[in-house]
Design a protein around this ligand. Structure first.
Ligand code: WT7
Length: 635
């Protein structure tokens, strides 16, 4: 198992140096020793960031489900692969063994085939966190269909935009979903979204809440009867290393969401290898990531990474506050969780509640705690370390992105000494660098720069679906020959990285990546609105919350402002989803603009943070007088 499980700091540095000096040798050894290939690769890596084009393991043939399921059957057939914990704690947890997962995935794959889905077709999955979600993802991968999972909190409009962007042939959904003490009419949202989706022929519907729903003749089919009929044998499709595995949408600072395309071999190798090391995974550990499979965290570290290691991965349907704020810890005790991976926003929300909710449970099974999605602030880090980890479980603050496919900068537990707010050191194979305003690499320490990566890694997204030009412009144009992350960072004297946050118009709210443009577009749809601008401001629990500045078409409507605020948030909910709602809405007569007409968000950001002592240079503004008005009326 050369290099595969890094056990101490010296070894990390040795492995890291090798991964930089001889990246091909490094990634070849890992691929060779730990996976099942139908055919070996001809070339480990070919790349050109100017095109940009990146290929890993070209010539190799494989199926990722063979690696995530079949190859474990001989030794781990009766081991739990997926441990499903339902929303309602009174409902029994389900233990799905590797044997059962194999059967369920094969049956589902045969259902997809019987409905005309073939290799390369796109299938949209819009499901809550129930086993069918993981099974349908794997079923697509089994037959080479490209899955596009859309988080089931997104609205009908957001769903249809994503379906149309990649011409999905099929949608897989459920009658509804449970969320705490609420139910959500998922099928109703799908019906609404599909009004304008000509590519969709079939909708498969899983039963979860047993609600009365409409089934459209000739389009909608109940899933269970089809599964009952299907054969449990399905030979995996032989995939090329660079065949697309999935599309996952992420927000950009402008324009519609970007369908990031991940391919098969590199993604598999990288998520499996990072899973093992980032979580210090050992055989028989019970691992739980609280994310939703609708995000990349769930793809890489609930489904593919853990299953490729033959692990037991927990899937939780509910929310941290139901039936009370002790739910996470109740689950940790009940299933004796060893690795627990969550988001800072969840930690902050739980830290606000009484300590009793944590102290009531036995958390002694925990060995590793993880954090992802946004910078974890010092206070939250200490609360997590003291009360959950009891100062004995290292916290891995993992920095990565939808685009990177896997964890990029992170401590390794029991290997890397941790410092709160530092994501610390690059994972083997990752070559970060910081760039200054003039496009020069920053060699000094403690200087904030723009975080770039200067060498390819196996799980990087290869393109944006249907728009390679946009891929190039967004990630490879700011600095020639480098992947630009969109984040700012600094490096301390020992080489640890601290991520300081987005440097573009993406705002991370409760760990969700939100672009300003789509939200502004939604607001501008309101008939009374002339123009709008969104910025983020610090929020105790969400990390950032949204502040909207809105110009109305007609002035003097003050009386109606409260109802307008409600209507604006309603429109945002319809277009994007409730996660993008604004916390504050200020009506204004103007927005600070440059002479070229660009809104100076920097100024709005400062005002929304109540940091008006130094607004910087406003002399280039077309309308400097508007700044004082905005300050005077700020909320
Ligand atoms: C953005 C990517 C990767 C899965 C979840 C988010 C921010 C993520 C950290 C961290 C500081 C972080 C960055 C990044 N981010 N993890 N540990 N420390 N910032 O995926 O939705 O693609 O968002 O999340 O700003 O660019 P995503």
């Amino acid at each position: 198992m050369s290099n595969y499980h890094i056990k101490h700091l010296e070894e990390y540095f040795k492995v890291y140096r090798k991964s930089v000096r001889e990246p091909e040798v490094f990634w070849e050894e890992i691929a060779e020793e730990h996976f099942t290939w139908y055919k070996r690769w001809d070339t480990i890596l070919s790349w050109d960031f100017s095109k940009p084009e990146v290929k890993w393991y070209e010539g190799a043939q494989l199926n990722i489900t063979e690696n995530c399921i079949d190859r474990h059957l001989l030794t781990k057939g009766n081991k739990t692969a997926i441990l499903f914990e339902p929303n309602n704690p009174k409902e029994e947890a389900q233990h799905i063994t590797y044997n059962q997962l194999h059967e369920q995935v094969n049956k589902f794959a045969n259902v997809l085939k019987s409905q005309g889905i073939k290799k390369g077709d796109r299938v949209c999955i819009y499901l809550p966190m129930i086993p069918e979600l993981a099974v349908s993802v794997l079923a697509c991968a089994r037959i080479g269909a490209i899955h596009s999972v859309v988080f089931a909190g997104f609205s009908a409009t957001a769903l249809s935009t994503r379906i149309n962007d990649s011409d999905c042939k099929m949608v897989i959904t459920s009658d509804g979903s449970y969320r705490g003490n609420k139910t959500i009419d998922l099928k109703g949202i799908v019906d609404e979204g599909l009004k304008d989706c000509p590519s969709v022929n079939t909708v498969l519907v899983a039963k979860r809440i047993h609600s009365e729903i409409n089934m459209k003749e000739g389009r909608d089919l109940w899933l269970q009867p089809l599964l009952d009929e299907a054969s449990s044998e399905c030979t995996p499709e032989i995939m090329d290393a660079e065949d697309p595995l999935f599309i996952l949408y992420t927000s950009g600072s402008t324009g519609k969401p970007k369908g990031m395309v991940h391919t098969t071999a590199g993604y598999m190798v990288y998520t499996a290898y990072t899973f093992k090391n980032v979580f210090n995974y050992r055989e028989d550990d019970i691992y739980w990531c609280t994310a939703d499979i609708g995000w990349i965290t769930g793809h890489s570290y609930i489904v593919y990474g853990p299953l490729a290691n033959g692990a037991t991965t927990v899937m939780f349907e509910g929310v941290p506050s139901y039936p009370d704020f002790g739910r996470f810890w109740e689950i940790v005790e009940k299933h004796k969780i060893n690795q627990f991976y969550t988001a800072p926003t969840a930690i902050r929300a739980l830290a606000k509640e009484k300590l009793e909710f944590v102290d009531r449970y036995d958390l002694s099974s925990l060995k590793v705690l993880g954090s992802v999605g946004e910078p974890i602030n010092e206070e939250a880090w200490h609360w997590y370390n003291d009360n959950v980890g009891k100062r004995k479980s290292p916290i891995v603050d993992t920095w990565w992105q939808t685009e990177t496919g896997g964890v990029m900068i992170t401590p390794l537990p029991y290997v890397t000494p941790t410092i709160p707010t530092y994501a610390s050191l690059p994972f083997p194979g990752i070559q970060p660098t910081l760039m200054d305003e003039n496009g020069e690499e920053i060699k000094e320490n403690q200087i904030d720069g723009r975080l770039c990566i200067k060498f390819p890694w196996p799980s990087m997204a290869r393109t944006i679906w249907g728009n390679h030009q946009r891929y190039k412009e967004t990630y490879f144009s700011a600095y020639p020959n480098k992947y630009f992350t969109g984040d700012g960072a600094l490096r301390n004297t020992v080489g640890y990285y601290r991520i300081t946050g987005r440097v573009d118009d993406v705002i991370i709210v409760s760990g969700h990546n939100l672009g300003t443009a789509p939200i502004e577009d939604a607001i501008n749809e309101h008939p009374a609105v002339a123009e709008s601008a969104i910025v983020g401001f610090p929020h105790d629990i969400k990390g950032n919350a949204l502040y909207g500045y809105v110009i109305l078409k007609e002035v003097g409507e003050t009386r109606k402002h409260e109802s307008l605020r409600k209507e604006i948030n309603q429109i945002i909910t319809e277009h994007i989803g409730p996660i993008a709602k604004l916390d504050k809405i200020q009506f204004t007569n103007g927005l600070p603009k440059t002479r070229s007409g660009k809104i100076m968000r920097r100024i709005l950001r400062k005002i929304s943070c109540k940091d008006i002592s130094n607004l910087g240079d406003t002399s280039t503004l077309l309308n400097p007088e508007v700044v004082q008005e905005i300050i005077d009326n700020s909320i």
